[in-house]
Design a protein around this ligand. Sequence first.
Ligand SMILES: [Zn+2]
Length: 257
Amino acid sequence: MAKLFDTHAHYTDECLRGNTQLLDSLFASDISHILTVATNLTDSDDCIALAEQYVGIYASAGIHPHEAGKVENLDDAMASLAQKLAHEKTVALGEIGLDYYYDFCDKETQMRVFRAQMELAAEKNIPVIIHDREAHGDTMDIIREYKNRVIGILHSCSASAEQVKEYVKMGWYISFSGVITFKNASKTLESVLATPKDRILVETDCPYLAPVPMRGKTNHSGYMHYTAAKAAELLQMEYDAFCEQEVQNAKKLFNIN
Ligand SMILES: [Zn+2]
């Protein structure tokens, strides 16, 4: 059975936390690797602890834009984050970025925390995971500032095909979630077509964004084959060849042997 790398999951979320039965069943079927993605410093520790328990699970560490307003001392937060990045199972810094859809934190604070983490990623030479919701322009501007210094993943891509092409030119990877299986996804489908085969990734963003026909349910990596099948179809690839390529892309970016 062709295996996949879920490049963006939240197995420390209360909906999925502690479900060892689910994780065991995923690795026994079509999942080879999972990146469990952090949203704040405490969650980063939880992600690392989970990654220590499973060979196939890797962790990220970082501060989500929703959490940016809770950072009291930015220097202290970056020092703490640097320690978490040094762990052998931490393969990315994230998720970081900008979210102008929800009003959890003002734009200036979001940008300051985002830039500080991009600076740390450049210093530590580690890929980043970008959350960009309704903030395509400002996100791209900050990423351009770090051209040739930081690469990473545009997660659950909702950017236009034009923007995807610019990310790809800068060496970035593009990750698609279950959104590409939704009925109203025509714009995102063009972004899939604009992504080269050696830069495409898939993800669940579980427990959110379950693909059709599971839409509305609690998502997990066991549903990711619906998303992968859709991406393979769009790129006119055989399903197994797509899976093999996807795992290879993720391992290359995260520096996993
Ligand atoms: Zn996420």
